[in-house]
Ligand binder design. Structure first.
Ligand SMILES: Nc1ncnc2c1ncn2[C@@H]1O[C@H](COP(=O)(O)OP(=O)(O)OP(=O)(O)O)[C@@H](O)[C@H]1O
Ligand code: SF4
Ligand SMILES: [Mg+2]
Length: 500
C-alpha cells in the first residue's frame, strides 16, 4: 500500500491509521519506513492515528481532533509534556504504559462541546457556547474555556488514576489450574490444487500451557504466530490436530457435541472482529439475549431484564437496545460482543484482540471493565493482543508466541520489565513510548516467518542477532531461566552454571 501511494512521487502523503492492529515489530518497521521516505523524498506526511505513541514517534506536530474540530495543536514535545485541552489531557490519562506502576486507566469522557460529561467539568463554571480556538501560553492553538484555563488545564497525569489492585487484592490465592493444554498442535493443509500437493501450515506447533483460576493470561506475538488458533483450541471451538485440553480437570469434549455446548456456557470467546461476530439483521438487545434464549435459562421478562443489565454493565445506553450493529461505532459494537459473551456468566473468557480497533478512551473503558469482571466475578481470562502496553496493564502472566510455539512465559512484570528471550527483547524494544518515540530498538533481520516453511532448529534463528550454528539444528525446549520459562539455547547455556 505504501509503495502504491509513493508511485507518483507525491509531495504529500496522507497515511490513515497505517499501523493499527499491527504487532510491535512490524509497526516499528512501518514507522521507520515512513520516517525514511519522508527524509529522503522531502515529502510532507499527514499521519492519522489513534496511537499516540506512534504519533510521537513519527510526527513533528500534532493536531488533536474532537467532534469534528481541532481542539489543540502543538509541536510534539510540548503537546506530550504539557497537554492543555481537557480532551488531550483525558487521552493521556487513558493511555496504558509499558513501565511504571500498573494503574487503573481513566477513560476520557466527552469533553468541551458536551461539557456535561467532562471529567474536569466539576472544577469549572458552565459556558454558554463552545470556546473559540485561541493561543494559549506554550500552546499556539489550544482551544479551551479561557476563563477556566488555570483550573481546567491541570498537568498530567490527572488525579483520577488509581493503582491497579494486585492479584492478592483481587482475591487470587493459591494457584488452581482451571485449564491445561498439553502438547497442542494445529496443522492446516492449504494450497491444494490439481497440480499441487497441499502444504502444511503449522499454526500451533507444540504448546503446553496452564491457566490459573482468576488470572488474566496475556498471549502476544507477531501476526500469524498462532494466537487466535490457540484461543479457539482452548475453548474447544476447534479440535486440535494432536494434543489435549482439559477444563476443570476434565477433557475438552469434541466440538459441536451436546456435552461441548453445555460446557460452552462456562467458556466464552470475545471475537477479534465484532462486526463479523454479530448478526447484521438482529438488534443488539436480541443478540445479547440470544444465548439465554437458546439455553432456555429464564422466562422472557427475566431475559429482557438481564439483557438490559448487561448493556448497562458494558456502558451501552438503554435507548441503543433497538439498534442494529451497523448503527453503532466500533467501540459500541465491541461492547455488544462483550455483553453477549458475559450473558451466560462464564467462568472463563478468551478475549481475542478485544481492543485493537478502539481509540484510547474506549480502550481504557474496555480494559477497566475486564479488570472489574476479574475482580468482582472471579473471571479467568486469556487476553490475546498486539498491544503490549494494554497487556502489561491488564495481565498477570504473559506467554510470548513465535511461529506456533511459546518462547517466553512468566509474570507480566518480568516479561516487560526484563525480557530475556531475544524475540521478546526485540518485541518490547519496538514499542513506542508516548512522548519518547521508539527508544533504542533491536532490529530483527529477515522477513517475518512463514508457518508453512518452519526453519530448522530454533525457528527464530534466521532473524536472531545471537544465532549460531547450534541454533540452526537444535530445537530449544522451554526451561526455567531467571524466574520465567524461555526457549533459547543461549539462555539455557547461561543458566546451566546457575542450576548446578
Ligand atoms: N483455517 C485455517 N486454514 C489454514 N490456515 C490457517 C487457518 N487458520 C489460521 N491459519 C494460518 O495459521 C497461522 C496462524 O494464524 P492465527 O490466526 O492463529 O494467527 P494470529 O497470531 O492470531 O495472527 P493475527 O495476530 O494476525 O490475528 C497463519 O499463518 C494463518 O494463515
Ligand atoms: S536458540 Fe539461538 S536462535 Fe534461538 S533465540 Fe536462542 S540464540 Fe536466538
Ligand atoms: Mg488472531
Amino acid at each position: 500500500m505504501i509503495a502504491m501511494a509513493l508511485a507518483g512521487e507525491p509531495d504529500l502523503l496522507v497515511a490513515d491509521e497505517p499501523t493499527t492492529a499491527l504487532d510491535a515489530t512490524i509497526q516499528a518497521q512501518i514507522l521507520d519506513l515512513l520516517a525514511r521516505i519522508r527524509r529522503e523524498a522531502g515529502m510532507a506526511v499527514v499521519f492519522i492515528s489513534h496511537d499516540l505513541a506512534a504519533v510521537s514517534a513519527v510526527c513533528d506536530r500534532a493536531a488533536v481532533m474532537y467532534a469534528g474540530r481541532i481542539v489543540e495543536e502543538n509541536d510534539i514535545a510540548t503537546l506530550f509534556d504539557a497537554p492543555r485541552h481537557p480532551y488531550t489531557v483525558g487521552l493521556f490519562e487513558a493511555l496504558p504504559e509499558l513501565d511504571g506502576p500498573r494503574q487503573r486507566l481513566c477513560p476520557s469522557k466527552a469533553l468541551c462541546p458536551t461539557r456535561g460529561t467532562c471529567p474536569r467539568a466539576a472544577l469549572s463554571r458552565p459556558v454558554a457556547a463552545e470556546p473559540a480556538i485561541f493561543a494559549a501560553r506554550n500552546a499556539p492553538f489550544a482551544a479551551a474555556g479561557s476563563r477556566r484555563r488555570t483550573r481546567l488545564l491541570s498537568p498530567r497525569p490527572g488525579p483520577c488514576r488509581q493503582a491497579a489492585p494486585s492479584r492478592r487484592n483481587a482475591g487470587v490465592g493459591a494457584m488452581t489450574t482451571i485449564l491445561k493444554a498439553t502438547d497442542l498442535f494445529q496443522h492446516y493443509a492449504t494450497g491444494k490444487s490439481l497440480l499441487r500437493a497441499p502444504s502444511m501450515v503449522r499454526a500451533v506447533d507444540g504448546i503446553n500451557l496452564e491457566v490459573h483460576e482468576r488470572e488474566i493470561l496475556g498471549v502476544v506475538g507477531e501476526s500469524g504466530s498462532g494466537k487466535s488458533t490457540l484461543g479457539r483450541m482452548l475453548l474447544g471451538i476447534e479440535a486440535p490436530w494432536s494434543g489435549s485440553v482439559t477444563f476443570q480437570g476434565k477433557p475438552m469434549p469434541h466440538p459441536k457435541t451436546a456435552e461441548w455446548r453445555a460446557l460452552r456456557r462456562e467458556m466464552q470467546l470475545i471475537f477479534q472482529d465484532p462486526l463479523a461476530a454479530l448478526d447484521r439483521r438482529m438488534t443488539i438487545a436480541d443478540q445479547i439475549a440470544e444465548p439465554l434464549i437458546i439455553h432456555r435459562l429464564a422466562g422472557p421478562d427475566a431475559i429482557r431484564e438481564r439483557a438490559a443489565e448487561l448493556m448497562r454493565k458494558v456502558g451501552l445506553r438503554a435507548d441503543q437496545a433497538g439498534r442494529y450493529p451497523h448503527e453503532l461505532s466500533g467501540g459500541q459494537r465491541q461492547r455488544v460482543v462483550i455483553a453477549r459473551a458475559l450473558a451466560m456468566s462464564p467462568k472463563f473468557l478468551v478475549c481475542d484482540e478485544p481492543v485493537s480497533a478502539l481509540d484510547v478512551s474506549i480502550q481504557a473503558q474496555v480494559v477497566n471493565l475486564l479488570r472489574d469482571l476479574q475482580e468482582e466475578q472471579g473471571l479467568t481470562m486469556v487476553f490475546i493482543s498486539h498491544d503490549l502496553k494494554v497487556v502489561r496493564n491488564l495481565c498477570d502472566r504473559v506467554a510470548v508466541m513465535y511461529l506456533g510455539r511459546v518462547v517466553e512465559q512468566g509474570s507480566a512484570d518480568k516479561i516487560f520489565g526484563n525480557p530475556q528471550h531475544p524475540y521478546t527483547r526485540a518485541l518490547v524494544s519496538s514499542v513506542p513510548r508516548p512522548g519518547k518515540g521508539i527508544g533504542e530498538r533491536i532490529i530483527l533481520q529477515g522477513e517475518p516467518p512463514n508457518p508453512a516453511r518452519r526453519p530448522s532448529g530454533c525457528a527464530f534463528h534466521p532473524r536472531c542477532p545471537l544465532a549460531d550454528a547450534a541454533c540452526r539444528s537444535e530445537v530449544p525446549a522451554l526451561t526455567l531461566y531467571r524466574g520465567r520459562l524461555t526457549a533459547c539455547l543461549k539462555l539455557q547455556a547461561a543458566a546451566a552454571p546457575e542450576l548446578t
